[in-house]
Write a new protein. Structure first.
Length: 604
């Protein structure tokens, strides 16, 4: 159980013991505005004196040296990926440009050399030589630098992105004039039964790219925080720390500055507390969304105006749109309005769920008030008005996050080079993709190019003009029975699924039967593609095989659609997804060997 959960439990315990729980629930139930709900619960927590403990961690050479020594032990055992993470922890905790900082960089360069990342090794060494480095490291670094240069002089250039892959994964046709990340082949409709949803204006073939959306922002998860740029999710291994806190790494000065301007200037002093309290990714997403809503605007007054205009359009076809020039309205993830109007499902939430989310929002208000100047008046708007607005936004996005945010996943290779489990490396708001409804047998599939966060949506099944596009929220008929799927969807997304796979109770993958009455020509075509050798090559992440098979697999999926559900179509779709995973970039072996570290370090 996380520390913030303990805060919630403590509040409930105290209210029960004081026989106040019914009164508090009744009062909360009577409130209709999000800010009123949060500030009421804040008052309850204040009267009980129950808030998260505030933690602060400063840069410290002793802590940096301790982490570096742990890295040295791993390096001696040839545990290179573990050593790499410890050296990055050492960098994070070392005072900027101190001897501890420089030695951590030097040791990281040794890991890069051991992992044959010679360009990365050189980059760290060259950076050290621009600093006031201790003489004791010079000889070793010069030797390592020359070795890298000798090896690189005989190596081939890095493999360029394949033209055929780039072409295949470009947005198909013209861009939609209003929904800027989407194809003109799509339209957004709204009905009482389905809410906002996306339909096809024209026939869409398997493999067509119909959406290419950048997120409003990206949140790197803790499991990859020592390998990934905290802002752009780049896999650039030469990462460098925030100058103020001990928790985030960046690939460039540009990312560091962009993060600072957008959200990190507010999060930075709270980082130790946020990690120590184990706030979930959904809670952290709600916090960052509220912060970025403000930093996207020049002042509080302009944010209030955006919220006012956005909420006035919520029942129109311009919901979530902004007017970028007179008469021209767009729905685009670069604008906060598109995130502000995502569904909360508040009418389906019970009072216990709302109370828990109010506790989290109130905890954030407490931290923002006590650790940052974020909620202070700007001389124009009162601090009370600012506090009310952010309280409301924190609860709003506490409710939109569970049903609208998307994970950013990658596949990880095993030591032998095979694909192993999917690894979630981040999460983000994608306002357009959030408009898609769910099916346990989806007709589209999402994938993200590793290190970018940009999400691409392709047709997995042929989609006829007028048909709705259906994404998958994580419950698929091939891997989970209907009862389990419906329970999971009801719990998180607050609806009972009535897709074709649920209505017709489609079987699990292991129980799918071969297609009946398949023509001999189609059978031969299928066997030429879905044979043991090609499937083994895809399992090993072979890019050449993926490029060769991708378009024929799209054709096969079209031809097999009329036989659904059947084993052949399921196999074809899985191979298509495997190709996309290869195109998106496979995380090398070792990146999932996460070390354990504490938010508040202790010297060993």
């Amino acid at each position: 159980m996380s520390s913030i959960d303990l805060v919630y439990d403590s509040v409930i315990e105290n209210l029960v013991s004081q026989e106040k729980i019914k009164g508090v629930s009744s009062k909360l139930n009577s409130l209709t505005a999000n800010d009123e709900r949060v500030l009421y619960v804040y008052g309850v927590m204040e009267s009980l004196n129950i808030f998260p403990n505030v933690k602060q961690v400063a840069k410290c050479e002793k802590v940096a040296d301790d982490y570096r020594n742990q890295g040295n032990k791993c390096f001696q055992k040839k545990q290179d990926y573990e050593a790499w993470q410890y050296y990055n922890l050492s960098l994070l905790h070392a005072p900027l440009y101190s001897e501890s900082y420089i030695v951590a960089l030097a040791n990281r360069s040794a890991v890069f050399y051991a992992l044959k990342k010679y360009k990365k090794c050189l980059k760290d060494i060259e950076l050290i030589f621009t600093m006031n480095y201790p003489p004791k490291v010079k000889e070793k670094l010069m030797s390592r630098k020359m070795q890298c240069q000798d090896i690189l002089s005989t190596e081939k250039e890095d493999e360029k992105e394949d033209y055929n892959v780039t072409l295949a994964l470009c947005l198909f046709g013209q861009r939609h004039p209003r929904y800027l990340c989407a194809s003109r082949k799509l339209e957004v409709e709204c009905t009482e039964k389905m809410g906002r949803h996306v339909v096809a204006k024209d026939d869409i073939k398997v493999g067509e790219v119909i959406v290419k959306e950048k997120p409003y922002f990206k949140l790197a998860l803790r499991n990859q925080s020592l390998f990934t740029c905290a802002h752009c999710l780049s896999r650039s291994e030469n990462l460098y720390p925030c100058e103020n806190c001990c928790y985030v790494l960046y690939c460039s000065q540009e990312c560091k500055q962009a993060a600072w301007n957008s959200y990190h200037s507010v999060e930075c002093p709270m980082m130790a507390t946020l990690i120590y309290q184990s706030f979930s990714k959904l809670e952290l997403l709600s916090l960052r969304t509220a912060i970025k809503a403000r930093t996207d605007h020049p002042d509080w007054t302009s944010l209030f105006k955006t919220i006012e205009v956005t909420e006035s359009l919520v029942n129109s076809e311009l919901r979530g749109h902004v007017e970028v020039e007179p008469g021209k309205w767009v729905y685009d993830s670069t604008h906060y309005a598109s995130v502000h109007t995502l569904a909360t499902n508040i009418e389906k939430r019970n009072i216990s769920d709302i109370f828990q989310k109010c506790v989290t929002a109130a905890a954030f208000i407490h931290l923002l008030s006590n650790m940052t100047p974020f909620l202070k008046t700007d001389g124009v708007v009162s601090s009370q008005k600012i506090r009310e607005t952010i309280a409301g936004l924190l609860l709003l996005h506490g409710m939109t996050s569970p049903t609208n945010m998307h994970n950013i996943d990658t596949n990880v290779q095993s030591k032998e080079g095979d694909f192993v489990d999917e690894l979630c490396i981040g999460s983000a708001p994608y306002p357009f993709l959030s408009l898609l409804n769910h099916s346990c047998s989806p007709n589209v599939v999402r994938y993200s190019k590793l290190g970018t966060g940009t999400m691409v949506l392709l047709a997995l099944r042929p989609i006829k003009k007028g048909q709705q596009l259906f994404d998958n929220y994580g419950c698929h008929h091939a891997v989970e029975d209907r009862k389990s799927r419906q329970e999971a969807l009801k719990k998180q997304y607050k609806f009972t699924c009535m897709c074709e796979a649920c209505v017709n109770n489609w079987p699990l993958f292991s129980h799918l039967k071969p297609a009946e009455s398949m023509t001999s020509t189609l059978k031969e075509f299928k066997e030429s593609l879905l044979n043991g050798d090609s499937m083994e090559q895809l399992q090993k992440g072979d890019k050449k095989t993926a490029i060769e098979l991708y378009k024929p697999l799209c054709t096969l999926a079209e031809l097999l659609e009329s036989y659904a559900p059947c084993m052949e179509l399921a196999e074809c779709q899985e191979c298509l997804k495997q190709c996309l995973s290869i195109f998106s970039g496979v995380t090398p072996y070792g990146y999932n060997r996460e070390i354990q570290w504490d938010a508040i370090p202790s010297l060993s």
